[in-house]
Design a protein around this ligand. Sequence first.
Ligand code: NAD
Length: 430
Amino acid sequence: MPTLTTPYERAMSFIQATFDRLKLTPKERDFLNTPQRILNHTVKFKRDNGKEMELPGYRVQYNNARGPYKGGIRYHQAADLEEVKALAALMAVKTAVVNIPFGGAKGGIQVNPKELSRGELERMSRAYIRLIADSIGPDTDVPAPDVNTNPQIMAWMRDEYEKVKGVYAPAVITGKPLSYGGSLGRDKATARGGFLLLEELAKVEAIDLNEVRVAVQGFGNAGSEMAMFMHNAGAQVVAVSDSHGGIYCKNGLDPIRIHKYKLKTGSVQGQYCEGSVCDLERLKLDETEVISNEELLEIDCDVLIPAALDNVITEKNAKDVKAKTILELANGPVSPEADKILEKKGVIVVPDVLANAGGVTVSYFEWAQGRAGNQWTAERVDLELKRIMLQAFDDVRTEAKRKDLSYREAAFNIAIQRIVDAMRVRGWVS
Ligand code: NAD
């Protein structure tokens, strides 16, 4: 297989392999091979020094056969059109795997947000929403946070949308603060969803979580919560990392303490945390060594949880991965080439489109609460999340067993079949 160089090529390689397994018609393949709509804008806003800044800003609406487009908005230097298209396609697959009534979309601004002040961030976020306001809405396209965006930014965006359109629209965006239409349980939803899957996997594979050693790459929203869930369940978290690097302790780390430290040292400058997990001296951790992010992926552990960037496990390092299970909390962390190598080695990969779907599932609950004008209890959110995640896991496991497929292949089969079924009954393809 030639090396797939862009995120979109990598995502489409998983999708196109599914077309063959499901024997889709040329018309169905054509439809699913490209996004339905690409919004390609220049986001203009004033810097604090009075100068105007112009940045590329995208919203890719991939497929809405099963419901309104749904997907986060990412602020990152690498968020170009290829990346946003890939993430949008994966969102369409993800909402279908967990069977919630949404399609798939993604947004992004190509920017290093850490270089912006809070005021600049707000002006940029509002400018972006003004550009796409006519193309989003509770019935059409419902954005959410992603890398480097957070509840505060969602609040600015909802506020701007409501101003521009002259409407009250709590369901236009999810991931909002609790004080402005957010849902209980959204902050931990992605990690909780992943954890529920690992618990279930441990049950069916007869693994004792108390004997499991875990490494987590990325100690942000998803990764830090996941490390704490595993720690609280009795697993040993032996390594964690962030963009500054990682730490390893063969006797296990205390992710709760590391999290507290990050919160304490994190500055709110521009909304982002600045304390790092590898600040050993200030963390005062014994028997702990500093490792690189690359070393973390090859560490001796049972479960590896990439929760930072895409394409970190490739054909170059897949053979050196020692974990027996990989839970993809990040989107696209394993390349298609690496996926094949891992499968040959017998590594169980719980794919992103299932593993991190807890976030979009609770986003769906938030959207439903916004539309109904009510507020669910935390218990109801957790219960419904568990029901949906375990049903999705059962669907994927059953398909994998029935057709002798990997979990990734099975998840893509189920999702693409559900999307195509909706396209067929709607008369979009025949
Ligand atoms: P985040 O911004 O809160 O955290 C990202 C973490 O990754 C930070 O700790 C950062 O320091 C670290 N990081 C950045 N560059 C790194 C590098 N080179 N090596 C190692 N670590 C690095 O983001 P998040 O919301 O936790 O999202 C992380 C991943 O999970 C992304 O791929 C995102 O798309 C995916 N995801 C998140 C959610 C969610 O609800 N948060 C839902 C679905 C998928």
